[in-house]
Ligand binder design. Structure first.
Ligand code: GLV
Length: 372
């Protein structure tokens, strides 16, 4: 059933999906969409917020800080972010102004973990150099090991740094690849989950699906780095002062040196978790074998990034912040399947006063602490 809500005015900084946005229009919302490829300038966002909109739909490209919340004082009732990560939104300022903000956890978990695994495979098995060889007509002859070999994924040791939703989803996939799994998380340890994964590993071994018994365990960060063949990052970006254990430049010159020279780094979390200068230098110096990256310190990746160095091209896979970009994951209007659907539902919950009008009870609100 559609309900008329002519009173709600919403500005979307991006077209997050026509069908999902149409749900708002059908409910009588007055919706303005900044329908460009690039993010709107901050001055425009401020102007819209100052004009008294009730809801703001954002993406990870929009800095939502004290200035925005101040501009929306007394009028802005929700910021609905079309992403799981929210390091672009100042939680402290949202709380100060008591404005709930929402995100799209869960619906992109499998797509992102799947992409992390595929990126990992792509760098280790040299998919890009292989295809380039064929396309450039440089494939001279079949040979047992020339012009290059890749590294198998099956049976290797996978370190999962961050064992929240996406880290756990990757672990489940790693079980199918007979990986030994080392878990590290600075704040949250899913011991029950890890115990169950070990049970599944044991069952696979007993039934002969895994020739060797595989193991999963929590270890400290150093041990994870020292022993892994693949290190996959699944932590939120937390800068100095934002958490007791910041994740900014968690991977740096020093920590890269702990990794094996045959190991690969995979990043689908946030770019600044990795010091890119140090990473490019480490790959060039053969301190680690390579990396596959979907996120960068600056996005889009600058033309002069050291990660583009042709000397390391075959060992560095670069993607355009693409991990969650599956059709259903990005666009489904079902809040249990798609980011667009979840963003819109989160906005509706907040503006229409679902869950007794209490943001602390609304499932997609991040800063529940401000409303308890
Ligand atoms: C993508 O990076 C997201 O946070 O949703």
């Amino acid at each position: 059933m559609t309900r008329a809500n002519p009173r709600f005015r919403v500005f979307a900084t991006c077209n997050i999906g026509d069908e999902a946005l149409e749900l708002l229009r059908r409910r009588g919302y007055e919706l303005e969409v900044y329908d460009q490829l690039e993010a709107p300038p901050k001055s425009l966002v401020l102007e819209k917020v100052r004009s008294g909109i009730d809801g703001l739909i954002t993406t990870l490209r929009d800095p939502i800080d004290a200035e925005v919340f101040e501009a929306g004082k007394g009028t802005l009732r929700v910021v609905a972010q079309d992403a799981v990560g929210f390091d672009n939104i100042s939680r402290a300022d949202a709380n100060r102004y008591k404005i709930p903000f929402t995100h799209t956890a869960d619906v992109l978990t499998e797509a992102t973990a799947e992409f992390a695994l595929l990126m990992l495979a792509s760098v280790a098995r040299k998919l890009y150099p292989s295809e380039r060889l064929v396309r450039e007509n440089r494939w001279g002859a079949w040979h047992p090991f020339l012009p290059f070999l890749g590294d198998e994924v099956t049976g290797k040791t996978l370190a999962v740094i961050g064992t929240g939703r996406i880290g756990q989803a990757l672990i489940k996939k790693g079980v199918g690849f007979d990986n030994d799994i080392l878990c590290y998380d600075p704040t949250f340890q899913a011991h029950d989950f890890v115990r169950k994964i070990q049970e599944i590993m044991d069952l696979r071994h007993r039934h002969g699906f895994s020739p060797e018994r595989r193991t999963i365990r929590y270890v400290d960060f150093e041990e994870a780095l020292r022993h892994a063949d693949f290190v996959s990052l699944h932590v939120p970006l937390l800068r100095e002062g934002e958490a007791a254990r910041p994740t900014y430049h968690l991977i740096n010159e020093k920590t890269l040196r702990l990794m094996k020279p045959t190991a690969y780094l995979i990043n689908t979390s946030r770019g600044p978790v990795v010091d890119e200068q140090a990473l490019a230098a480490a790959i060039k110096a053969n301190i680690i074998a390579g990396a596959a990256l979907d996120v960068f310190e600056e996005e889009p990746l600058p033309a002069d990034s050291p990660l583009r160095d042709p000397a390391i091209e075959d060992r560095v896979r670069l993607f355009h912040h693409f991990a969650s970009a599956g059709r259903i994951t990005r666009l489904s209007t079902d809040p249990n399947k798609g980011m667009a659907g979840r963003t819109v539902q989160a906005l509706i919950d907040a503006l229409e006063g679902n869950y007794g009008g209490n943001p602390a009870e609304m499932p997609y609100v991040v800063n529940k602490e401000a409303f308890r």
